[in-house]
Design a protein. Sequence first.
Length: 687
Amino acid sequence: MLRKRSLSFCQASNIGHKAFRVFWVVCLISSVVGATELNRDFGFGCEPFLRQSEVRQGFATFNRRSRQFFKQNVFYSLLREQMAVELQSPSTRMEVRTPNGFVYRVQISSHSELVAVDSEGRERTVWSSKLLSRSGAYSIWEISLSPDSQKLLMKIGYHGDLDSFTYLVFDLPDGKVLDQLDSLPSLAEGEADVFWFNAESLVIAKGGSSATSYFWHRIGTASRREIRLEQFRGQEIVNLRIVDSWLFIEVDNGKKFVITPDRKTVVPIHFDFDQLNHILGVSGGALFVETRGSRNFGQILRFSLKDTSPTRKVAKWKIVVPEMRERIKFSALVDGKLVVVGADRQGRTLRVFDEKGNLLETAAYPDGASVPYGVVFDQNRFILKVGSQVRDEQEIVYHLASRKFDNLESLMRTRDFQYVTEVIEARSSDGTGVPVRIVRRADLDPQSAHPVFIGVYGGFDVDAYFSPHYDRDVLRFLEAGGIYVAPALRGGGEFGGSWHEQGRSNKQKTIEDLVATVEALRSKTSLSAGKIAVYGESNGALIGVSAAVQRPDLFDVVIAVNGPYDIIHLKDLDPIHDFSPEYGDPQIPSEFEDMKKYAPLLHVAEGFYPLFLFVVGEKDSRVDPEHTLRMGRALAQAQKGSSPILVTSTKNSGHWSGSTDLNFHIGVTVSARIWSTVFSGLGMSLP
C-alpha cells in the first residue's frame, strides 16, 4: 500500500486494490458483451471460451501425444544433450563500465550471473540465479549504473509467475544489496519499469492501458514507500521519461524540460520526447539524441546546454543528421564524431558526421556483420564490436585514411566451414519487392536440393531476423547443410515507418510476402531449395501458421511459438492488452473484413497439412495460451494427411517459453523439441 506523504517536488496518492478488481470485472463484462455484439452484427460464431481447467486438460492431452513423438524422434535426446553441454559455456549479454576501471557484466550459461571484473582482470560473482530456489525461469534483463557510478540497478525477470519483475540495488564495488523491489506489476496488469532518479533514489513508472503514473522511491528504506510524482514547478506532470539517466518531464501547460543526470541543471526544451530512441551523449556543451523522426527512419538532434539561465525560454536545438531514406540501426557519439549505420532495401551504410552534421565519411557496411554493439575511436580508425550469423563476437576496423574495413576474413568463417550471405528480392502479389537474406555454407553443391529454415516476424515495427545476429542453433543447422532464410516482411521494423505501416492492420500483405519468399527460393537462388520449415514466435507464429494454412503445399514443417491465432476474438481472450492498432478492430466493418482474410482459425478446412509443432507457455500473460489450444485442435481435426499436429506446453513459463537465456532446463527441453522436429521433418542429419 502506498503511504500518503508530501514533498516539494512530488505529492503522494493512494492506489487501492479494489479499484483494480472493479476494473477487471468491467473488462470481462465488456468483453462478453463485445463478443456477443460482434457475433450478431457480423453473423460470426465461435467455440465458447474455455475454463482454465479445460485448457489445462487440453494441453495435458496434447503433451501426452507430443512426448510419445519425441520419445521416438532419434534427434531429440542427442540435441538436448548437445545443447546442455554448449550452454555450460557462459556468454556475455550486457556490460557496464565504471570510471575506476571495473566492468560489471551479465553472463548466461545454465543460469544467470552478474560478474564483476576489476582493473587487473580478476573476476568474482556478485549475484547468481542459483541463489534462488523458486521454480520457474529467472533471468537478468537489464543493468544500469547510478549517476555517480557508485551503485548498480539490476532488473530480474521471473517467468514462472506471469512475467513479474524484481529490482536489486547493489553498492559498488563490494556488491552489497542495498534495496530490493519485489513483484512489480506484471504485463497482465500494466507495464512497470524502474529508473535512476539520482544517486540515492529511483523512479518507478507504472503503466496501465491508458496512462502512466510515476513514483519516487528512496533507496534503502525499510519498506517500499513510494511517493507519487504529481507536480513539477507547480504544474501537473503528464509525461516523464528517463533515458540513459537524463530525465525528461512534460507538464500540463505544455512546457517540457530535460534534467541532467546529476539532477543539478534543468533545461527547458521544445520537442516531442516520446520520439526519443536513445541519448548519444554530451560533447562541446551540447546534448545529442536520436529520435524516431516524422517517418520513423531516425534522426539526430543537438541541444545546446550552455545557456541554462532561468530567463531562457527554451534550449536551442537543431537537426544535425536529418531523416534519410535509410532507417538508423545504430548511432554513437565517439570522440566528437557521430557514427551512424543505416539500412534500406539496397543494403547498409556506415556514415560519419562531425558535431555540426557535416558528412565526413561514407562506406558500404559489411554485409555479413551484425549491427554494432560498441565502437571506439583509436588512431584514425573506428573499432566496431559486431557479430554475424555464425560468430558471436568479433572486432572489425574501419580506417579513415583508406576508407576501408579490415579484419573481415573470419566474420563468416568457423573452425570447420566458410559461409556466404546474399540478399535476393522476392516479388509480392502487389508488386512490392521484399528483401530476403540467405545464409549458407560456401561449399554446398548447387545441383542438390538443400533443406531450408525460414525465420519470420513481420510486425510491431520490429526487425527480428533480417539483420544478421548469432544463434548457436541456427549455426548447427547451417553446419548440417541447411540454408537459413530471413525475409524482411512488411509490418516489421527493417526499413522505417512506411514499411511497418504497409503490414500493419492488414496482415494478409505480410503473409503474401512470406509466400513470395518461398516462391523466390524455388526460382531465384543459385541453390536448389529442398524441404522447407518456417519458424515464428508471437506475431511471427501468426504469420507462419496463416501462410501454411492458406498454402500448405509450400511448407513441410511449421514451428509456432506463443502466437495469437483466434485473431477475431483477440480482445475477448485478453481484455487488458489492445493489439487492434497492429491487427485491426473487428468492431470496424472494413477492418473486420481484412482480419477475416488472414485469421488462420477461420481458414482451417479438411485437407493435407504439413507437420505443425505449437509451443506455448501456460503462464503467458501477453497472448492467451487458449489461442494455441484452439488452433491445435482445429488442425488436428482437419488433418487428412499423415503429418502430426503437435502441441507442447510448459507450465512454469510465459511468453518467452523457449528461451534458454531465461530458464536453462525449460529452454533446453523446448529448443531440443523444436530443432529435433526441424531436423527430422526436413530429412536431415546432425553435423
